[in-house]
Design a protein around this ligand. Structure first.
Ligand SMILES: CC(C)(COP(=O)(O)OP(=O)(O)OC[C@H]1O[C@@H](n2cnc3c(N)ncnc32)[C@H](O)[C@@H]1OP(=O)(O)O)[C@@H](O)C(=O)NCCC(=O)NCCS
Length: 248
């Protein structure tokens, strides 16, 4: 049996388009901008209508969020990583494994990227990186998520990384005067081992759907250009690369 996952280690996961790493204080402005974006708030189910006001300069809320991100590195039972776009070296969002259930070796996954980073493949690559880490290093058996029916882009991104729909939570979100369904999606360790984030069924016609083979890990190789092969590079000995320690 796999030893208990060690969530206290906070890795840096390097892809082609994104790097996932622990938060640093310089990320705060970008992450606040993403969290306050009306569309992000709607798509993540953070609000119940599009009239909910947010006060950008609310000091108490800013303080709470600053504390939240400053303490992510100290969490022993979850993994919160900043998504940094390689091209700009800027934080564009976050990817999270939370709700860890050690007995069942399962976690919930959630992700958000601000408007400037969306629709360019960053989210799918970030998903592959953290899910790969969850299975290959943390030894998880199952990772699941929920996606609202009004978010086909997120659903497509999850499917491309290997999540499969498993059921519908009917009318689980009230938004404006509508009820919105949520789909539960999951991926299992054995499925990941088969395709490593590139399920045949979800690849556009003309692409091979092949993940880089394990021996290619470290070469930055692979035919997809998404850099998932580099997940393994950061898992030797589980040693985190704390290039940017959080300042408190
Ligand atoms: C969801 C999210 C992480 C996806 O990341 P992303 O970088 O924007 O997505 P990607 O570019 O990697 O992939 C999006 C895919 O969806 C497709 N897509 C975009 N809009 C779509 C739509 N309306 N219907 C169906 N597919 C759509 C894209 O074409 C792409 O698929 P393709 O590569 O096969 O063409 C990101 O958009 C995000 O954080 N959005 C705001 C918050 C959010 O929705 N969080 C998730 C809550 S469950």
């Amino acid at each position: 049996m796999f030893e208990s996952a060690d969530f206290s280690i906070k890795p840096t996961l390097t892809g082609t388009r994104v790097v996932l790493r622990p938060f640093i204080s310089e990320d705060l402005d970008a992450i606040l901008t993403a969290l306050r974006d009306p569309d992000v708030r709607r798509l993540t189910g953070s609000v119940h209508d599009d009239t909910t006001e947010i006060t950008p300069e609310d000091p108490a809320e800013t303080r709470r969020l600053r504390d939240w991100y400053a303490t992510r590195e100290a969490q022993p039972d979850r993994l919160d990583l900043a998504i940094v776009e390689v091209a700009t070296a800027r934080c564009v969002g976050e990817a999270v494994l939370n709700q860890w259930d050690p007995g069942n070796r399962s976690c919930n996954f959630r992700i958000l990227i601000g408007p400037g980073g969306q629709g360019r493949g960053l989210g799918t690559e970030a998903t592959r990186l953290i899910v790969g880490y969850g299975f290959e290093t943390l030894g998880l058996h199952r990772i699941s998520l929920e996606v609202y029916a009004f978010n086909p882009r997120a659903r497509r991104s999850y499917e491309k990384a290997g999540f499969r729909p498993e059921g519908v939570l009917r009318e689980s979100l009230r938004y404006g005067d509508r009820w919105i369904d949520a789909t539960v999606m999951s991926i299992l360790a054995r499925e990941w081992a088969e395709h490593r984030g590139y399920p045949e069924s979800a690849q556009p016609a003309g692409e091979s759907g092949q993940a880089p083979r394990l021996q290619e890990v470290g070469d930055g190789g692979g035919d997809s250009g998404d850099g998932i092969g580099q997940v393994g590079r950061n898992r030797e000995g589980g040693s985190p690369r704390r290039r940017h320690p959080v300042r408190r």
